[in-house]
Design a protein around this ligand. Sequence first.
Ligand code: C2E
Ligand code: CA
Ligand code: CA
Ligand code: CA
Length: 274
Amino acid sequence: AKQDGRGVYRIYSADMKVQESQEFRLDLEIKAALAKQHFMLNYQPIISLDTDDTIGFEALIRWTHPGRGVITPDEFIPYAEKNGLIGLIDHYVLRQSIEQIRLWRQEHATAFYISVNVSGLAFSEPDFTCAVIEKLAEAKVPASYLAIEITERALIENIEQARLCLKQLRQHGVRVLLDDFGTGYSSLSYLNEFKLDVLKIDRSFIANMKPHIKDNPVVNTVIALAKTLNLKVVAEGVETSLQRQLLKELGCDAGQGYWFAKALPPADAIKWLR
Ligand code: C2E
Ligand code: CA
Ligand code: CA
Ligand code: CA
């Protein structure tokens, strides 16, 4: 047993030592990857079901590790959230996305947005809004080109601060999307708690859709709920033409998923936009 700085006794078993040293390495490797720009963003199109136009993209992070190849976000984001590194990643992703908007706007006249996944910890920083608005101003990018995706899990830490941040961002014109809707316990309460622009239906609901339109009461009700609240609805994980058609008939505004495109490297995404 060993006493740490805060007077807490910890028992170190051989197993835990291995685990801790691995986590320690991942910690260093994330910092190194940020410095060496081994993280990159891919962009998954979000398509209007009405017009088939691309209205935006979701920025999805990819880590190209020199030894281990491409590492997906599910393998390091939860770790980064636990270990205080997510803030560095959030700011990197925001900066990168805003720079991407700046470049694409030079080549593409029609409006679009890039939607960024932001961890709840970011909203605990009182100056998060300022940081975002500053980055937008530096790049001369209108706020309406940026969107923020929040998940219920990530927000619970500091509701008051989160509410304030989101309010300020929306006042500037940044869209706020509620991600993975329907997967958590607090889904409905978040609709009351925060002013939002878009509700993203989690892909598990889309995957379970039945071929007959009448047999999809849950998706139907979620879309109706969003309309009542004046929110746009994006369906995630649209994989088939049937899902796309059913969602359109149910009044869903937009879709995202492999049926349209997977997340594309920047060069392919701008080609897609054109
Ligand atoms: P998410 O926000 O729900 O992102 C959507 C995930 O679904 C992405 O996985 C995407 O590639 C995948 N996907 C898209 N279309 C389809 C489809 O038709 N079918 C199926 N089965 N999957 C589809 P990805 O890129 O591996 O991201 C996983 C999660 O990692 C994301 O879930 C998000 O929570 C997190 N994440 C990704 N990028 C970032 C980031 O830059 N910052 C933070 N904080 N989290 C991120
Ligand atoms: Ca997301
Ligand atoms: Ca999602
Ligand atoms: Ca998810």
